[in-house]
Design a binder for this molecule. Structure first.
Ligand SMILES: NC(=O)c1ccc[n+]([C@@H]2O[C@H](COP(=O)([O-])OP(=O)(O)OC[C@H]3O[C@@H](n4cnc5c(N)ncnc54)[C@H](O)[C@@H]3O)[C@@H](O)[C@H]2O)c1
Length: 451
């Protein structure tokens, strides 16, 4: 056992602590130490990222994989063995990971309703965290995650990977240097394809799933195969109890990168949101289309989010991974347009870089860029070793996630304008909306007021 591990085990054992560990006792990975990770939620995203992270960083291993879907759990263990040459432990109970003193950091890649609670529990147990986007399912728990990160002195990297994109930094610098002039308005797009979606009837809980644990903080309800699938993602994005829909799934990336590029503005003062299932008319709770406007005081930021425009294209792979190529912005589904007084910047979100157009439609400045998953994973491991703030800083990512929640809440209370107090993070002109911003939790799975 190396010295660090010896100290950690010794202190924790003598204190007899598990969850709620005092921050003074928390772990602190040092430069070049071996880093031991665990995965909570072994779907396609979490498994792919954690394996890749071990491949591209030195001295990083996976000790345990946790999932409540036994089919995925078994497949995940085999995938780690095939890709990394050793078989990790498996469990369906994430608390076993938090209690394991060998584990330095927890990778949370569950559906969204579990993100904050699992991350807060991990912080309380003295673990560092990589938590997938959208990091929260309401505004309240975002603040609590920020508080837990600070209180337990943890490294928490939010999976908004565009925060590690070098082309995002050059775009930010271009705007900060005043070259785009004063920002007039900003338009974020997430215009994806889709079709009619209807919930399937309730069914008995399948043997491969621990439904109670999958639901966790969400209300108990009968199982439906529409929500969870044995070997894929399932349809949980269509339900408010488990996600913020397409706005949380994809538009969150667009708005988060946009916030980084325009200088990480504080919360907006108000939001107007309009949406619905007017296109196909399916029974999904999260809307097929939303159009949202946020008031940032000196400019507006809007976001149009659809599962209905099948002719638009996400940045294709040959552009995503080629720094010399730029998307065709006009039908690019996930672009941002930043209108300054001196020019218009097009910004890609799956790589694609940025380009600024002048008055004659000429390109006056540009920088190429590729999908920055690797950069974000490297930055996470570097932060674990240096104890420096990671790029996916939890406070900024909470602000980006808040845009998602405000947009969704404005739709849910009947397509309204809501006034938001940036200091208290409360919606001040609609009590029902403010209750949605606070959220609620099933007994035993509460995000606490005091973390
Ligand atoms: N950053 C990105 O670009 C990006 C891309 C894709 C997905 N994601 C995010 O990553 C997360 C996972 O996405 P996915 O496509 O793999 O989804 P998924 O539904 O396939 O995987 C989630 C897994 O979590 C498991 N799970 C649920 N409750 C659990 C619990 N209590 N304990 C342990 N495991 C539990 C599920 O059984 C499932 O296997 C989502 O939040 C998604 O939004 C991010």
């Amino acid at each position: 056992m190396d010295r660090r591990r010896f100290i950690k085990r010794g202190v924790l054992a003598s204190a007899g602590v598990g969850l709620g560990v005092n921050s003074l006792l928390s772990s602190c990975v040092k430069a070049n130490d071996r880093i031991v990770l665990a995965l909570v939620g072994s779907g396609g995203r979490g498994l792919g990222c954690i394996i890749n992270c071990c491949k591209i960083n030195e001295n990083v291993t996976i000790k345990t994989v946790c999932d409540v879907n036994s089919t995925k759990l078994a497949k995940a263990a085999s995938a780690v063995e095939k890709e990394l040459g050793y078989r990790p432990g498996v469990t369906a109970e994430m608390k076993e990971i938090f209690d394991d003193r060998d584990i330095d950091a927890v990778w949370v890649a569950t559906p969204e309703h579990w993100h904050s609670l699992a991350a807060i529990w991990a912080c309380q147990a003295g673990k560092d965290v990589y938590v997938e986007k959208n990091p929260t399912i309401n505004i309240f728990e975002g603040r609590k995650l920020v508080e837990a990160t600070k209180k337990y002195k943890r490294i928490v990297q939010v999976g908004f990977q565009n925060r590690s994109a070098p082309y995002g930094f050059t775009a930010r610098d271009y705007i900060a240097e005043g070259k785009l002039g004063k920002i007039v308005t900003v338009k974020c797009y997430n215009m994806l394809g889709g079709g009619k979606w209807n919930e399937s009837p309730e069914a008995p809980v399948p043997g491969w799933l621990d439904w109670d644990k999958w639901l966790g903080p969400a209300p108990m309800r009968p199982f439906s195969p529409s929500i969870v699938s044995e070997d894929g993602r399932g349809g949980w994005l269509s339900y408010w109890a488990y996600s913020g829909g397409g706005l949380a799934d994809d538009a969150s990336h667009v708005m988060d990168l946009c916030r980084l590029v325009i200088g990480n503005p504080p919360h907006p003062k108000s939001v107007y949101g309009w949406g619905g299932n007017h296109v196909f008319g399916g029974t999904r709770e999260t809307p097929e289309f939303q159009s949202i406007v946020y008031d940032f005081g000196e400019y507006t930021l809007s976001c149009d989010n659809a599962y209905a425009t099948n002719y638009m294209t996400k940045t294709p792979n040959d552009i995503r991974y080629d720094i010399s190529k730029f998307p065709n912005w006009r039908n690019n589904a996930t672009r941002t347009e930043i209108y300054g007084t001196e020019g218009l910047m097009y910004l890609g979100r799956h790589g694609g870089g940025w380009q600024v157009l002048g008055p004659k439609n000429e390109i006056v400045a540009q920088d190429g860029g590729i999908m920055p998953d690797n950069e974000h994973q490297i930055n996470f491991i570097e932060s674990l070793r240096s104890r420096k703030q990671p790029n996916g800083d939890v406070e900024e990512c909470h602000r980006s996630a808040t845009l998602v929640h405000l947009g969704n809440i404005a739709y849910r209370v009947g397509n309204k304008q809501l006034i938001f107090d940036p200091e208290t993070e409360k919606i001040t002109n609609d009590a029902v909306a403010d209750k949605l911003a606070r959220g609620s939790y099933r007994k035993g799975y509460e995000v606490p007021e005091k973390v």
